[in-house]
Design a protein around this ligand. Structure first.
Ligand code: PLP
Length: 384
């Protein structure tokens, strides 16, 4: 059997033509494909605005900047995510508070967040960064209610969930990144995510002020709205009003992202099928101590099972060319964050989960035969 990774991009001839077309055009960056990608992406998630940036981490950094994170500010996030979800706070000099996960959903536990906010009498906690881990969309409505009570902002890390949704209290589907409840949301177009652009990221929001601020910060802090220039109005004149970065996406990447976006829903359907197959197989197996759930709106970026002999299973599958992965090493246990005082035992649910979790292959081009091979080998391992 050829190598089976846990996730993989799918590049079609149509994608390739879209990229070649840009290479032959006048613009390699800051051309028409960026605006087109932003428009289509906003329509896809149902937000008013979208800003394409160089990667998901840059998107997080610009969000933290736009929300004014500064030294002394504290921000709550989950430890079961990629480190970038937390690092954006550090880029701005803020401090992280990691709150434990709900062992059933693997998502940031809102009750733990509430406890932290109740204790924060000095009002140092300024924001919350919930993550739609594995593709399961957080109940952002509940987080909004809580955040409003304490004057906090919300960044939704939606890297795992383009096209995913949750059902709100009125029974309505609310897409991840729609801007309905979170102030800002971010996506990544790293090849292992649903929509590949090589590298790339997107910020979505319904807040016009934040949108305009982020547009400026993406390009060195140069004012993009000419009517807001202070000193001159010449055609050649440009005016940097605050310190920003070059976090632009190229048109080459935007063309690939746009082309991929057209097939995003197809990909979701296939991911759901794969997840249902795993779920139905593993639900009656004693060796599976927990697994991703079959629920509406889940985008299945990852499919996780929890097992006791995780390390051995991981090595066994690797020998068979099945590259299952561990998501994630808890962020609070990274040496960098240990230096801030975080240690083993601080977040028992996340740490117990980390001891057992393994992400199985799930991507649209995974064949039925390959999935059966994965399942069969896991079963063989536990029957040895
Ligand atoms: C991939 C990812 C990021 C960072 O995105 P990049 O494009 O790789 O910078 C942030 N958060 C989560 C949850 C991710 O999966």
């Amino acid at each position: 059997m050829k190598k089976i990774p846990y996730g993989r991009q799918n590049i079609t001839d149509e994608d390739i033509s879209a990229v070649v077309e840009v290479l032959k055009s006048d613009y390699l960056t800051q051309g028409p494909k960026i605006a087109e990608f932003e428009e289509d992406f906003a329509a896809y998630v149902g937000s008013k605005y979208a800003v394409a940036v160089s990667n998901g981490t840059a998107a997080l950094h610009l969000n933290a900047m736009a929300l004014g994170v500064k030294p002394g500010d504290k921000v709550i996030t989950t430890p079961i995510t990629f480190v970038a979800s937390a690092n954006c706070v550090r880029y701005c000099g803020g401090e992280l508070i990691f709150a434990d996960i709900d062992p059933d959903t693997y998502l940031l536990d809102i009750n733990k967040v509430r406890e932290l906010l109740e204790k924060d009498t000095d009002k140092e906690i300024k924001g919350i960064i919930p993550v739609n881990f594995a593709g399961r969309v957080v109940d952002m409505e509940a987080f909004r209610v809580l955040a409003d009570e304490y004057g906090c902002w919300i960044i939704e890390d939606a890297c795992h969930s383009p096209g995913g949704y949750f059902i709100n209290s009125k029974g309505k589907k609310v897409r991840s990144g729609s801007g309905r409840y979170a102030d800002l949301a971010i996506f990544s177009f790293h090849p292992v995510k649903h929509i590949a652009a090589g590298e790339g990221g997107m910020i979505t929001t319904n807040d016009e002020e934040l949108y305009k601020k982020i547009l400026n910060l993406r390009t060195h802090g140069i004012q993009q709205d000419f009517s807001k220039r202070i000193y001159d109005d010449s055609l050649w004149y440009y005016e940097m009003q605050e310190l920003g970065y070059n976090y632009r996406l190229t048109d080459i990447q935007a063309a690939l992202g746009l082309s991929q976006l057209k097939r995003a829903d197809e990909g979701l359907v296939r991911r759901k099928e794969i997840a249902a197959t795993y779920y139905n197989y593993f639900k009656n197996k004693d060796y599976v101590k927990g697994q991703s759930k079959v629920i509406e709106g889940h985008a299945y970026h990852l499919y996780v099972i929890e097992v006791e002999q995780r390390k051995e299973l991981h090595a066994y599958l690797r020998d068979l060319n099945i590259y299952a992965q561990i998501h994630y090493v808890p962020t609070h246990l990274m040496p960098y964050y240990r230096d801030f005082g975080w240690k083993e035992g601080d977040l028992p649910n996340a740490e117990a989960y980390y001891g057992r979790c393994i992400s199985l292959p799930v991507f649209p081009t995974l064949t039925q035969e390959e999935q059966e091979f994965v399942i069969e080998k896991i079963d063989v391992f536990f029957k040895k």
